[in-house]
Design a protein around this ligand. Structure first.
Ligand code: CO
Length: 294
């Protein structure tokens, strides 16, 4: 049974918008640029194209694999040699795209092979996508592409299906084989996102990465938080987006209503690369929604 979203063109447009924002982020990553400034230009690109960020721009660095976004007071500047995962998402009325690229800041070329490992892996994985494909076939293609470059896939991070307003909709696309017996259906939207490392091959929770999400509506007794819930619903957001002083204070005190995301760090302290595209599952192949087109 095909299950295309009825507004499939809106998903395509969200894909183009996040691809452009990803490219804006990649170009902005220069030594000396602040992490906050880069996140802001990415998110401004999404808003300028008429969409909203589906989650705060993730700019995880080196042994951080994912889920770091700058805080309002983040003062860090990128340095030559930093390995940065630019992971961005846009949504149009809940039609979400999710895409990532890894950049070695300053063109130092120490981690070119690690970057290529996930570029190869995302292409190899996407090449397997079609209606009815066992997900394990995709996982196996990803895993062998990463092994072929001499690295390990991160075993406990996965790609995922996406539904309206739901970034992680149920099915996982593991980056190692033998982990799932599920299949993909025609019309599903899927983020394929391999991570590769020269470390242990797994991630663990680090410190708070400044990304939060409401678990539920805080209700009328919490007017500041309730206003924020009306704005973000259950999508991830960050304090940088909250400029109202009373709301920002409420946010720091309202943790019981919020899921807080830790940064994912490589368990062995290894450095991590990532590549990601959102695709639409077609009858015989995948349509890549987040490919950059001029
Ligand atoms: Co994703």
């Amino acid at each position: 049974m095909a299950r295309y979203p009825e507004d499939v063109d809106r998903w395509r447009e969200a894909g183009r918008i996040s691809a452009r924002a990803r490219a804006v982020g990649v170009r902005a990553l220069r030594p000396g640029r602040s992490r906050r400034e880069v996140a802001e230009v990415i998110e401004a690109s999404i808003r300028g194209d008429g969409a909203l960020p589906a989650f705060p721009a993730n700019l995880s660095r080196n042994f951080e694999a994912a889920h770091y976004t700058p805080s309002p007071s983040d003062a860090l500047a990128f340095e030559a040699g930093d390995l940065v995962k630019v992971d961005v998402g846009a949504h149009l009325d809940g039609a979400i795209s999710d895409t990532a690229e890894t950049v070695e800041v300053g063109g130092t070329h120490q981690y070119e092979n690690l970057i290529r490992a996930t570029q190869d892996a995302v292409r190899a994985g996407i090449a397997q996508v079609r209606a009815g494909v066992p997900i394990d076939q995709i996982s196996r293609a990803i895993e062998s592409a990463i092994h072929a470059r001499g690295f390990k896939p991160v075993s406990n991070l996965t790609g995922h299906t996406i539904q309206r307003y739901l970034l992680h909709a149920g099915k996982s696309i593991p980056n190692v084989s033998g982990a799932t017996g599920e299949t993909l259906e025609e019309g599903e939207i899927v983020a394929i996102e391999p991570f590769a490392t020269n470390g242990a091959g797994s991630i663990e929770n680090g410190s708070f990465g400044h990304i939060v999400r409401f678990r539920r509506d805080p209700g009328a007794g919490e007017p500041e938080l309730s206003a924020l819930f009306q704005r973000f619903r259950t999508l991830p957001f960050t304090a940088r987006w909250v400029t109202d002083a009373a709301q920002r204070t409420a946010l720091t005190q309202g943790r019981r209503f919020l899921q807080t995301y830790p940064v994912f760090v490589e368990s062995g302290g290894g450095w991590v690369s990532q590549a990601e595209h959102t695709v639409l599952v077609g009858p015989t192949s995948a349509e890549i929604l987040t490919e950059l087109r001029e």
